[in-house]
Design a protein around this ligand. Structure first.
Ligand SMILES: NC(=O)c1ccc[n+]([C@@H]2O[C@H](COP(=O)([O-])OP(=O)(O)OC[C@H]3O[C@@H](n4cnc5c(N)ncnc54)[C@H](OP(=O)(O)O)[C@@H]3O)[C@@H](O)[C@H]2O)c1
Length: 247
């Protein structure tokens, strides 16, 4: 298999979970993956780190074909327990991290008149569940940003995609999620794994589309939440089993 021969793919949040798996998968398919995370010296909240990594990548490889904005953190708290500092820190990574990366790569892709930007949002961006309001808001912002950007840069030959995964429990996400106040953790139906998400990302990198929702039932939830939000509320109340309350 060699679906991305010589393609230069910058992946943020690549030290664990989806990002680490994407790095391995793109490399296995012939791409040159450039992994970025705080542990490799690229904190996406710091514009200077992002600019430096993009400049080094272009200097080394002469181009940059795909940017995957995957770095993200969680926050679980009832809204009244949510601290503004935590909410701002979350937006700094989940939304403004993507902002910095897109601004850094756009001139390169515009010069090339080619490129693909893939933003990893979440089903939570169009379907809120209790105690994740700020995380959901950051992903909703990323989805809206992606839609606008796609229209703006189409004329430059640049594709822009939003990937919205549902809950996958086999990443470091929970361990990296701050929790405040009495929270109930909800188990979302279905068993999504990192492999499935990574496969979806590689497929859309090969054949760009506007939005990908994995698993596919997420598309139904999105439609239902648009046209029958009260029915979705009733469904979620019934089917999201309440786990033990954490202090
Ligand atoms: N797991 C899920 O169920 C799920 C569902 C939908 C969407 N997502 C989204 O998928 C993405 C990946 O999540 P994951 O589940 O793979 O979680 P993860 O295992 O915790 O990975 C998150 C990655 O983000 C990096 N990161 C955090 N802050 C950063 C910063 N300031 N600058 C650069 N990198 C940073 C972390 O690396 P360092 O700590 O080394 O910097 C880590 O590599 C996130 O955007 C998440 O919101 C996850």
């Amino acid at each position: 298999m060699n679906r991305f021969p010589g393609k230069i793919v910058l992946i943020t949040g690549a030290s664990s979970g989806f990002g680490a798996a994407m790095t391995r998968a793109f490399t296995a398919e012939g791409a040159r993956a450039v992994p970025a995370s705080r542990s490799t010296g690229c904190d996406v909240t710091r514009r200077e780190d992002v600019d430096k990594l993009v400049a080094q990548t272009v200097e080394q490889y002469g181009r940059l074909d795909i940017l995957i904005n995957n770095a993200g953190i969680g926050l679980r708290a009832p809204f009244e327990h949510t601290r503004i500092a935590d909410a701002e820190a979350l937006f700094d990574v989940n939304f403004f991290g993507a902002f910095h990366c897109v601004q850094a790569v756009l001139p390169v892709m515009q010069r090339q008149r080619a490129g693909h930007i893939i933003n990893i949002a979440s089903v939570a961006g169009f379907l809120g569940v209790p105690h994740t309001s700020i995380y959901s808001a950051s992903k909703a912002a990323l989805i809206a940003f992606t839609d606008s950007l796609r229209l703006e840069v189409k004329r430059d030959g640049i594709a822009v995609t939003c990937v919205c995964p549902g809950r996958a429990n086999d990443t470091g996400f929970d361990a990296h999620t701050k929790t405040h106040g009495p929270t109930a953790k909800y188990a979302v139906p279905g068993r999504l794994t990192t492999d499935v998400v990574v496969r979806a990302v590689l497929n859309v990198a090969e054949h760009p589309r506007a939005m990908v929702i994995v698993p596919p039932y997420g598309r139904l939830l999105r439609l239902a939440n648009t046209f029958a939000p009260r029915a979705v509320d009733r469904y979620l109340h019934k089917h999201l089993p309440r786990m033990p309350v954490t202090p």
